[in-house]
Design a protein around this ligand. Structure first.
Ligand SMILES: Nc1nc2c(ncn2[C@@H]2O[C@H](COP(=O)(O)OP(=O)(O)OP(=O)(O)O)[C@@H](O)[C@H]2O)c(=O)[nH]1
Length: 298
């Protein structure tokens, strides 16, 4: 970046919406790198993740929120919902994501969490699914009647349709501030954290819908020797049956999880990775608040 102009803008942007609405996909497009994980399975984003995008005139610091969980009521879900509220209060702009043309009870619950004193942009994602574009306008008007929005932008995160327009709209609502991060930073998360996210994404992607979302990944050791990273990961599941699901026939699934994870890590870290993954049964951890703290969900 050249000299920082006086009118440079920088701020925090929270992306909220019900599970599976496309929050992670949108953030990945906006920051132009794969930081948050995406999966077809709902409720995979458990941690708050920041992605950073720096232009000559602005720095966008994105905060990804966990899927707003409405169906199950265990300690993990209470923790997730608290994280959503905390994220929103501290943001400069909130993007409220809906699937274009769809508004259900889970969307309503997220709507009720939106803060009063922060500008909220209504983002109608998956607009590529809407065949008749004429229905978008009345849909947007219906939602806009429910509360005040700073702007309404239909996008398709998947096709990158109108995501530049969305970025410009976000910029209008960021405060004038010097950049917080360096121009090349894309996340303030450690490589160890990102390694866990990558393994978790593969576990969910490759085990389909059978595996409960309470399974998690713990990085037991992360060592760097020169350019080589040695990563020792444990996949924690609640039951023996989940363990065999992950391991697969003659270990085939675990092998695939391992290979794909390693390749993603090598790409992201820019060097060779040695990866070992173990599957461990840890009964009841999702219902135990002490357990949650031990694994870093605060
Ligand atoms: N057709 C279409 N599909 C999309 C679009 N954006 C996201 N998707 C798909 O929707 C699914 C969910 O996307 P995610 O980005 O994981 O959704 P999320 O809101 O982060 O989900 P959680 O982590 O469960 O909260 C994936 O299969 C995406 O490929 C879009 O613009 N159009």
């Amino acid at each position: 970046m050249n000299a920082i102009p006086d009118n440079f803008r920088c701020g925090y942007i929270a992306i909220v919406g019900r599970p599976n609405v496309g929050k992670s996909t949108l953030m990945n497009v906006l920051i132009g790198a794969k930081v948050s994980i995406t999966s077809r399975k709902a409720q995979t984003t458990r941690h708050r993740i920041t992605g950073i995008q720096t232009r000559d005139d602005a720095q966008f610091i994105y905060v990804d929120t966990p899927g707003f969980q409405t169906r199950h009521a265990n300690a993990l879900n209470k923790t997730l919902n608290k994280t959503v509220s905390n994220t929103l209060i501290s943001a400069d702009v909130v993007l409220y994501l809906l699937e274009a043309g769809t508004f259900g009870p889970a969307d309503q619950q997220v709507l009720e969490l939106l803060p009063k004193n922060v500008p909220v942009i209504l983002v109608l994602n998956k607009s590529d699914h809407v065949k008749d574009k004429a229905v978008l306008m009345p849909f947007a008007q219906k939602i806009a009647a429910m509360r005040e929005f700073a702007a309404v932008v239909p996008v398709s995160a998947k096709l990158r349709f109108q995501t530049d327009a969305l970025e410009n709209e976000i910029k209008n609502h960021l405060p004038q501030n010097a950049p917080v991060f360096g121009p090349d930073d894309i996340t303030d998360r450690s490589e160890k954290f990102l390694a866990a996210e990558i393994v978790r994404e593969k576990v969910f992607r490759l085990s389909g819908d059978e595996l409960p979302y309470t399974s998690t990944v713990l990085i037991e050791q992360f060592l760097q020797e020169g350019n080589l990273r040695r990563v020792f990961a444990a996949i924690l599941v609640e039951r023996d049956t989940h363990k065999s699901m992950i391991i697969g026939n003659k270990g085939a699934r675990l092998k695939e999880i391992s290979t794909q994870s390693r390749l993603d890590m090598e790409k992201l870290f820019g060097g060779p990775v040695y990866l070992e993954i173990w599957v461990k049964v840890k009964s009841g951890w999702a219902d135990n608040e002490m357990g949650l703290r031990a694994y870093g969900y605060e």
